[in-house]
Design a protein around this ligand. Sequence first.
Ligand SMILES: Nc1nc2c(ncn2[C@@H]2O[C@H](COP(=O)(O)OP(=O)(O)OP(=O)(O)O)[C@@H](O)[C@H]2O)c(=O)[nH]1
Length: 889
Amino acid sequence: MSEGRSRIDTLRLRAEMALSRGEAGTGRLDAATAADLSELLHELRVYQAELNIQNQELIASRQAEESVRRRYQLLFSALPLSAFVVDDRGIIEEANDTAARLFGFRSTRTLRQHSLLRLILDGGGVNLMQRLRGVGADTEEGPLYLLFRAHDGATLHVEVYLCALPSDYHLDSRFLVLCLDRSADDELSRTRNIFKTLLDNSDSWIYAFDPQGRCLLANQALLRFLRRSDAEVIGHRRDEWLPAEDADQHAQNDALVMSNRKAILYEEKVHEPGLEVRYYLSNKFPLVGDAGEIIGVGGITNDITESRQKDIRLELAAQVYRSGREGIVITDAEQRIISVNNAFSQITGYEEESVLGEKPSILASGRHPESFYAGMWRAINASGRWAGEIWNRRKSGEVYPEWLSISRVSGANDEPTHYIGVFSDITHRKMAEEEIERLAFYDSLTGTPNRYLLHDRAAQAIRAAERRGKSFAVVFIDLDRFKAVNDVFGHAIGDEVLREVTKRIQQRIRDSDTVCRLSGDEFVLLLDDLNHAQIDCRAAALVEAIGEPMTIGTSEVSVSASIGIALYPHDATAFDELLKQADMAMYQAKSGGRNGWRYFNDEMARSASERLVIEFDLRRAIVNEEMTLRYQPQMELASGRITGVEALLRWQREDGSHVPPDRFIPIAEESGQIIELGRWVLEQAVAARKQWLDEGHKHFVVAVNVSFVQFWRDDFVDEVRTTLARHGLPGELLEIELTERVAMGEPELAVRMMRTLKGLGVRLSIDDFGTGYSSLSYLNTMPIDALKIDRAFIRNIGLESSDEAICRTIIQLAGTIGIGTIAEGVETPHHLAFLAQNGCTAGQGYLFAHPLFGCDLPAELMRRGVTAPGHRSHGRQAPVASHSVQAEE
Ligand SMILES: Nc1nc2c(ncn2[C@@H]2O[C@H](COP(=O)(O)OP(=O)(O)OP(=O)(O)O)[C@@H](O)[C@H]2O)c(=O)[nH]1
């Protein structure tokens, strides 16, 4: 076959060449043999057969090609995408049905030969052309987004893909343009944007959680509250940002919504650390999938803390209203009661039903005049409120004080709509106030005004007197020796005496006068507008009334009073000054013998200022060595021997003037300077006595006066002990003279202290005996060695007075309890004879010796021969007939 083939090929080749030279039919072929012809024929037949076969193959190929083309066409038109085939100018050669539908053309034919560019808006055609030029067969470019206008004018958002078609398809470039309509996608995204904007602009928290509690959605309000980004919240569980307890509660609520498949309204709480609890109202609803399955829970939550707090406040206010202790009454604009609370009913006794519609004036007590209520309403109308004390009447008829505040409630046009009255019953407060005032301004024992109220009253009296050109008297009353009343009868009876005295004073003054208990046993009266004679009369009546014996319990007590009087405006115009003057006058009355009255005068003022000078000068008297001691011998009457010397304090000022002890000692006692003075005296006397002892003068004592002020100091006994020890003086050579006042203070304690002193060997005597009120019952228990009879009694011996009897009694009393007596102020032989006769043990006075300088004493002792042994004795002695006395001064 192949051999035949090649021959045919050769043959054909020769034929072709002959043909091309124009030799065909020239006979050259004739030269061919029949064999050759037959062969050629065969060849031709084969060739024809061959051609037939080729033709059949071609037809088959054409058919296949047509089938492919039809398939392509079908594919092209059935494509769900809009597809165009365009040339390089954008002219549409083909378009499929989808494209015709998308762009609103009835058939694809209408589209063909149109420029695709004419459908494109906003210059997008330029972009398309650029792409077309650039696109190659194997280039891949991303989509082009173009706006198209459809045939009906609608705008389409189209995603465009380009693809160059193989060039052998057409001679010129052809492109496949695929269009994807994204208009619907845009709609979705727009809708999504709208929703997102709505969500994010909402102040409510809007969120969704899946059934596992993971956050699916959270709007900006929630993110802001959580202070987290979207990424930190979405997909996370709420226990990552809420306190565990709250997260748990919220999740439980979600679970209930999902299991019930219905929306539920919750009040939820969030405890922000370190902050107050916040309250939220959450509307939670189930999220349901397409198949009806629960895919989570959605929620809208609002912060209701403020309104909740408002509710709480309202509830509290309602509670206060309901159960507060203050009565509340609410009226309408016409003042008709529309509501009252429980406290109102409790305080007034009226139940709510019985007062509704009534006016609050049903409570009026009748104690206030009309003008009071008019003033109240004026204030309410002017300022919207009034508050003050008011007396009202309870249903029971009882009138009581209340503190009431009334407020006006106004409407939009400022017209009153309601009035609210809030009141409290101040009965107890008023009582307490009165009690406080009573305690503050009145004396609790006698009920009279005290010194504070006195000043107030005095100021009023001064103003009134000034206005009317009148006078008034300040009367200072001090009971005499009231201390003794307490000592003898006890404090309780003393109190009763003070009450009784008050009553008696009150009975003797007018209502317009004032009586005040200033302190202790001191009273001050303000007597209005009386002349001298009337004041005298009033003072006499007072002295007499107070002096009347009084029976208290089973005791009969008598007191007297000393009264001092100062006059406004004669003596002074300031009350303090008047009071001081009346006090001075009272002292004057005391020193004038008590139980009487004195008017203030300038002389008193002078002595008061002198007193101040003394007090001032006393301060430097010791330092300046203005004080000295004199020693006055005390003689044993039986033997005439000196058995003691009394140390007497003398004060000679720098200018040479003498201040008598009875002037400065009381002042020193009052100012406390007596302590220093007394210490100095003790020191000097003990030192002097020790010196005399060292000089050989053994048997007499040195007597030192000790003031009650000094005696009652805690360190007094120690002071005596150390002074004796320091100088090495035996206690037996020191005698301490105490006044009756010492013994009267606290007798038991005084006795104990005296015993301690006695333990030091010291002798004790009671000075000026008979001038005070010694408690005789204690006298017996006191470890004293002698009583000193005051010179006032001695002075009157032989003058037909009762003082002789007193002297005798004292001597006998001392004898009875086995102690001695020393008479002071023995100045005449007659005195001496009387005393010796009546058994007095010893005496001192000018009759024996004047007080001597310390340095002169030894000579005197020598002269009297008392250096020989001889003790002061306590027993009775035979009287001394006579003494020759050498006066020192
Ligand atoms: N029972 C009683 N005694 C009081 C009261 N207040 C003070 N006293 C006493 O009254 C006495 C007043 O004494 P004074 O005025 O200093 O002295 P006195 O004994 O009255 O002597 P003269 O005033 O000098 O006459 C003191 O003993 C006080 O303790 C009181 O309220 N009740």
